[in-house]
Design a protein around this ligand. Structure first.
Ligand SMILES: Nc1ncnc2c1ncn2[C@@H]1O[C@H](COP(=O)(O)OP(=O)(O)OP(=O)(O)O)[C@@H](O)[C@H]1O
Length: 356
């Protein structure tokens, strides 16, 4: 919650109202009204500078019911009206099938639907893949749950958007998420991913749906403060399946750095933006797929649809289908000999190191 400021200090922007907080980004003393206004204005400037939208565009907001995407929906509605962007905004939620977590957060999204007067589309893993995350974890263990969920959610957001005939999805990824990913990639030596991890707009290979992050420069603490001051209705419980362990370590490191030097979040993003690596020539081995039975499949030259599910993919079998294939094998083995096998977990590890 807001860090304490002297009770008699005046807001450094309006110079008339009492300051109630120190702004986490630059420690400016601000009143509530100026903070809300400056936060919204910075998002508007990012949107303008990066030419994120065009007039008349339909944009799906990836809505999880959590603080980031709830604030995103609130800010987008405000800016769309204030600056007359002319956007058609829709809430798009993915139901991963996590009982006691996603069902509760989807109830929040449904309330947001009427609070923000936006249409809502919900797409579930069960519908798309015939698996829920609870079933995946029961079959392959909790360790790889974030990898499965990340791959399946990316595709689910694309598929949900196409169902709505929308080609642009925005998500609530914020500056902390971006800096954390840069740190994580540096710590893992995964330099090839640094450049992409700081792009404000990205496209999955072969996908006609682009994804943007209007909160690229917004601090997580400020998002929480904004939600607090505007009394937004959001769901604040952590996912039942713990976040990937090493990402958690990078997060703690970032939070400790932020305590000493608040600007380090933006500085890390800036460093990521400046790190332009020489592009390696892609060779066949970097584009191959490893199937669950160990065989490899080379890139699809003749079309861009997955042979298995028919969804757009630059590889013959899309990454989601490769993961699901591993799960099916695991499920069969569990059913036959009743023992849990770590085949799916091994496959996940292999996939993590492949470029798709
Ligand atoms: N189930 C979902 N349905 C739709 N969009 C989602 C879903 N999960 C995540 N997203 C999108 O991806 C962004 C980042 O998700 P992440 O899981 O990192 O959650 P987070 O940082 O806790 O965000 P939030 O506070 O919005 O839940 C979210 O802000 C949201 O836009």
């Amino acid at each position: 919650m807001p860090s304490a400021v002297k009770i008699n200090a005046l807001c450094e922007l309006c110079h008339c109202r009492k300051a109630v907080m120190r702004r986490p980004k630059n420690l400016q003393k601000l009143c509530k009204e100026c903070f809300i206004h400056v936060f919204e204005t910075e998002i508007h400037r990012t949107i303008q500078r990066e030419h994120l939208f065009y007039r008349g565009e339909s944009v799906a907001i990836g809505a999880s019911g959590g603080k980031d995407s709830t604030v995103l929906a609130a800010v987008m509605k405000t800016l769309n009206e204030r600056y007359d962007y002319g956007l058609h905004l829709i809430l798009l939620s993915i139901d991963e099938g996590i009982v006691g977590y996603r069902d509760d957060s989807l109830a929040t999204v449904k309330r947001n639907q009427s609070q923000y007067e936006m249409p809502l589309e919900i797409v579930s893993y069960k519908q798309l893949y015939d698996w829920t995350m609870d079933e995946i974890v029961a079959c392959s263990g909790i360790k790889s749950s974030c990898t499965y969920c990340g791959v399946l959610r990316r595709q689910a957001l694309d598929r949900g958007a196409l169902k709505l005939e929308v080609h642009h999805v925005i998500t609530g990824h914020n500056a902390d998420d971006m800096a954390e990913t840069v740190l994580l990639n540096i710590l893992r030596g995964d330099t090839a991913r640094i450049e992409q991890s700081v792009n404000i707009t990205t496209n999955s290979q072969g996908s006609p749906v682009k994804r943007s992050k209007p909160f690229k420069y917004a601090y997580e603490k400020e998002i929480v403060l904004y939600a607090h001051y505007r009394k937004l209705d959001y769901f604040s419980t952590e996912c039942t399946y713990a976040p990937e362990a090493f990402r958690g370590t990078a997060r703690t490191l970032l939070k400790n750095l932020e305590l000493v030097r608040p600007s380090c979040i933006l500085d890390i993003i800036h460093s990521g933006e400046q790190l332009k690596l020489k592009h390696k020539r892609r060779n066949a081995s970097s584009e191959m797929e490893v199937r669950s039975n160990g065989s490899v499949s080379l890139p699809n030259k003749d079309g861009n649809r997955c042979e298995r599910c028919g969804y757009l993919s630059t590889n013959r079998i899309c990454k989601a289908c490769i993961l699901l294939e591993g799960l099916e094998i695991n499920r069969a083995k569990v059913q036959i000999d009743g023992t849990s096998v770590d085949g799916a977990a091994k496959l996940t590890k292999t996939l993590e190191h492949l470029a798709f």
